[in-house]
Design a binder for this molecule. Sequence first.
Ligand code: ADP
Ligand code: MG
Length: 701
Amino acid sequence: MAPYSTITPIEYLKGVGPGRADVLRTELGIHTFGDLLRHYPFRYIDRTQFHKIAQLNPDMPAAQIIGRLVHLEETGERRGKRLVGHFRDDTGTMELVWFQSVSWLRKSLQVGSAYVIYGKPTVFNNQLSMTHPEMELYQPGTKLSGSMSLQPVYSSTEKLKKYNLDSKGIQKLQAALLESILTQLTEELPDHLVHKHQLMPLPQALVAIHFPRSQQELLAAIRRLKFDELFYIQLKLLKNKLLNTQKYKGHRFAVVGERFNRFYHEQLPFALTNAQKRVIKEIRKDTASGAQLNRLVQGDVGSGKTVVALMSMLLAVDNGFQACLMAPTEILAQQHYQSIRRLLGNGIASVQLLTGSTPKKDRQIIHRQLEDGTLDILVGTHALIEDAVRFKNLGFVVIDEQHRFGVEQRARLWRKNSIPPHMLVMTATPIPRTLAMTLYGDLDISVIDELPAGRKPIKTLHFYESSRLRMFGFIKEEIAKGRQVYIVYPLIKESEKMDLLYLEAGLELLMKEFPLPQYHISIVHGKMAVKDKEWEMQRFVKGQTQIMVATTVIEVGVDVPNASVMVIENAERFGLSQLHQLRGRVGRGAEQSYCILMSNHKLSKESKLRLETMVRTNDGFEIAEADLRLRGPGDIAGTQQSGVLNLKLADLTTDQALLTEVRNSVIDLFKTDPQLANPINALLREYLTRAEPTISWEKIS
Ligand code: ADP
Ligand code: MG
């Protein structure tokens, strides 16, 4: 018999026929022995932790009880149909209730048998009950689990359960699986790493995660498997980084020249913050060394990223190169263009704007100037990456608001010169360190963690609907002082129609509260033509309107220093980072600014936490950490391609220390053995060859 291995198709496992193989594939994505092995328990029943029915109360998050199912009946009609069981132990009786799979459950549950149940206790009609509890026949001891105090619980589905693949069924498969391939499992990390990090050997860890003999053993197994998950992501990222720096010799910016200095000494209207200086130095150091710069600059809204970008571009211009800045929207590109022009004044460098709406005639001029080298700096949108845009000698690229652009777009800019330009990516959405290490592990990271002096922190208030009149009153006071106000409504794809209704209803009320001719209101929403949007926006920018009612289209970038109040309607429907971005639209001038979060009285726990976080802090990094804790990495832009979503055990919020350990370990590894040529690293070299067969590892020298 051929030995089984992790790539053996799952139907060859004892106890799995074609039918079960099919549901394992469709329900859990388990195709091979290896897939099943990596279907880890999502929790463990601590055999020592049981409750009695008399001890239960509805404040408990969950409880595990041993008792007997003494009665089972179906009640209700059609849609109200449910299955109710009576469950009893020596201290009392409780109800178990099921609303789904009623007829199937009624057939499969055994009245009179003892069960271990697990679920959240609730009180309904003064009666203690549990809805859709996990049910397991009480079996004091099976072969593998007999001596275990921790019993694995696997996720399963109703469909799997029909094939007797509930948690217990899957546990049996795991036992069979380990029996058949245990001898085939080998260590996958080099010994020196296993020793250095005191890791449990892999085969042992894979057994222990399914059948832990003690809490301690389980923790060691989990640590080992988490280490691996994080390790291979870092290995790939840092290898790419190494490849890039070795494959691409960057343009060397030998001098800090006349234009940079003139700008700095004669033009710059303010003193740079220390953080800005530090980041410019970091960029200067990269570009002077002749290495390829690949750097992410994170800085909260208003931290002054534009100047940093501009000074970097001047550095390029001083060394005979061209530079470009790409922004995700037309409005943003325009604003960048204008502020760069304003900052530069006349004569330091030539700048042009190129967007989708640049007239053909102007476009042709720009194309020509780019090719003959008379144009130094080009600002624009996606229009920059079109093939028709050719530079004489592009040396530096700035990408603003990175997460809106894909990797492919970065690459297309990259290819606009035979030696790729330096690449500076700027984002105003701070990302927690751990996530940055994984999302942008192939980039160096700079942080502008300081706001220009003299900024007054924005005051954030949370108002319930009942305080709406107070809010209106407040707006009137601010407008009387000559300030302007944003009022933002949520607009979420699935319910666009409803949201527009809200917007319109809100608007009607506003028109009554803020009537002409005293008040003027601008309206901007996603359904409007770009031209109309621009026009409305301009009215607000010029101060012709005092109130701007908008959907989240104003989220990024727009800069109106005189606007001092941001009202966010239905604030509970926004994510944290979105709220923070919106708030960043105010607080740009010298005046005290305010952000008012309007919400319903009824808030979920999570919404409440979000709003509380906003009121408590203005720090984008703190907010990003909270966001990651609340939502997990799944909803954070950019995570899809990064591999972090494939993490089964590691958690970027709680495993920061481990991630740092892993990353440093990989950095050390490449430092001492960049080609992984040392035989002690053969396993890793093989892994990388397997993982990315298209990149010839041999060619790097
Ligand atoms: P962001 O990081 O959000 O892109 P900007 O670059 O748009 O921020 O800068 C916000 C505002 O702060 C601009 O008006 C800019 O001119 C100003 N600014 C930038 N750096 C400083 C500084 N060091 N001192 C004072 N004002 C500054
Ligand atoms: Mg900006």
